[in-house]
Write a protein that binds this ligand. Structure first.
Ligand code: ADP
Length: 484
């Protein structure tokens, strides 16, 4: 089935209009040619009539001449020639009648016919007997009568010739007018068709060239590395669809690029961390060991100072451990993890650690996934800890578990202040934090663990009770299924 896209419709309309113009011009030219043809036929007919009328006029003169011959010879010997001349006049009269179209012409032909009969009657009934008798006076008298009739016939024949001439002139004028009309139409078509064709190609060209130029400019910016480029999804259907695909493609490239950069950054940090961690971890352990030892012996101000040294040392260790976490690949074994139990376990531990004090908790739904219980616990702990901190005392934290298709999801929502627009882009960057004592590694580590499982952690829309933030952990339900 043909789909009539905008451009196809325009092309069909444009070419249809051109075809219609040509068909119209061809129709008018054909009709004009028909009229010219008709005029020519009428002209030929009238010409033939005129020729026959002239011939008739001369045949009547012939007939009259044969009468004179009989009078001169003075016997009936010439009557055979006379009869042939008379027959010729009658035949020509009949043929002229066939070409007489008007009432006048037909009346004149009939008059010629009856005059010819009169001429014959004068000759056969009155002149011939008088000739045979030798009655010269009657012959002269009747011959005079015959001449009057011949003159009448010739006058009628002349009228017919004039009428045929007028018909020829009319037919020629009609054919000339039709010819001029065809010429005018052809000139109009010659001027109009290129103008219409130009208008059609301009309109189609603009509707194709415009969107193409936009696409080309977009592609050029994309090629220059501007992944934020998006083009206007306007114009004819197929260009709108193309523009939509282009924008989707640009967005996909941008997201893949961001992932690539992020994972390269993490890999770089991981390599660095693995090296530094080895070097720092041992001296840090020794320092912390000595600080604890010294604190046992110390008193007063020194005790408090050593407590600060220990606290900062522990923070340094936390950062080193976090960096190692980013670099460390997942252990190879996986197991079936019941995520509902895992979440409740996390909440219980955090509750014991007094992290969730005066925070209203709610867990709903259930889901299972293949993974590393310890690592997944760490992810949920990070998310719940962040949510509880954001919600604050008297706040609310909700965990919603679900399974959909091949994926399991755990959404951690809170009714805190939510994530500022400026922070959204950088949330998962290592060391991005807005908290005084934060390391900025929690979300980065959580995402690294989720992605190592074939899943992800993302900031989703909506928080608890419509406000706050919502972080969604997505995991493939079985190890064979990736979420992306
Ligand atoms: P840290 O907790 O050490 O700051 P994270 O990587 O866990 O590191 O979090 C990074 C930043 O993300 C936080 O500093 C905070 O600004 C923001 N964030 C994380 N969770 C939430 C939340 N539930 N609500 C609002 N902001 C949050």
């Amino acid at each position: 089935m043909i789909s009539w896209s905008g451009t196809a419709r325009r092309l069909a309309l444009g070419f249809g209009a051109l075809l219609l113009l040509f068909a119209l011009a061809a129709g008018i030219a054909l009709a004009g040619l028909g009229r010219i043809h008709e005029g020519m036929a009428r002209m030929r007919d009238a010409e033939e009539g005129m020729r026959l009328a002239l011939e008739l006029s001369s045949a009547v003169r012939d007939q009259y001449a044969h009468q004179a011959h009989t009078i001169i010879i003075g016997d009936r010997s010439h009557l055979g020639f006379y009869a042939a001349a008379e027959a010729r006049v009658l035949e020509l009269t009949d043929r002229v009648r066939d070409h007489a179209t008007g009432d006048d012409e037909r009346a004149w032909v009939e008059d010629i016919r009856s005059a010819s009969g009169e001429l014959d009657a004068i000759f056969r009934q009155r002149i011939v007997p008088a000739v045979v008798r030798g009655d010269r006076q009657t012959v002269r008298l009747e011959h005079g009568q015959a001449q009057v009739v011949v003159t009448r016939i010739q006058e009628r024949a002349a009228q017919l010739v004039a009428a045929f001439e007028a018909a020829i002139a009319r037919a020629r004028a009609g054919a000339d007018a039709a010819e001029r009309r065809i010429l005018a139409w052809l000139v109009g078509l010659l001027l109009g068709a290129p103008l219409l064709a130009a208008a059609v190609s301009l309109s189609i060209g603009r509707s194709i060239a415009g969107p193409l130029a936009i696409l080309r400019a977009g592609a050029a910016r994309l090629a220059e590395g501007d992944l934020s480029v998006r083009i206007d999804e306007a114009g004819p259907d197929e260009f709108r669809a193309l523009a939509r695909r282009f924008n989707e493609m640009a967005a996909a490239i941008a997201s893949h690029q961001a992932r690539l950069v992020e994972s390269e950054k993490l890999a770089g940090i991981g390599r660095l961390a693995a090296g530094v961690a080895h070097e720092i971890n041992n001296p840090l352990g020794v320092i912390l060991g000595y600080v604890r030892l010294l604190r046992r012996k110390a008193e007063g101000g020194l005790y408090a100072d050593l407590a600060i040294v220990e606290e900062e040392g522990l923070r340094a260790k936390e950062i080193v451990d976090g960096l190692l976490e980013l670099a460390r690949p997942l252990p190879p074994e996986r197991e079936r993890v019941a995520l509902r139990e895992l979440c409740e376990e996390v909440l219980a531990r955090l509750g014991e650690a007094r992290v969730l004090e005066e925070v209203a908790l709610r867990v709903s739904g259930a889901a299972t996934a293949d993974g590393h219980a310890g690592k997944l616990r760490q992810v949920v702990t990070n998310l719940v800890r962040n949510a509880a901190e954001a919600a604050g005392r008297g706040g609310r934290v909700e965990l919603a578990l679900a399974e959909e298709g091949g994926r399991a999801t755990v959404e951690v929502r809170d009714d805190g202040p939510g994530v500022a627009a400026a922070a959204r882009e950088r949330l998962f960057e290592p060391f991005f934090t807005t908290r005084d004592r934060g390391t900025g590694l929690g979300l980065a580590i959580s995402r690294a663990i989720a992605r190592a499982h074939g899943g992800d952690v993302e900031l989703a829309a909506g928080g608890a009770s419509g406000g706050g933030a919502c972080f969604r952990l997505t995991l493939p339900r079985s190890a064979g299924e990736g979420t992306r």
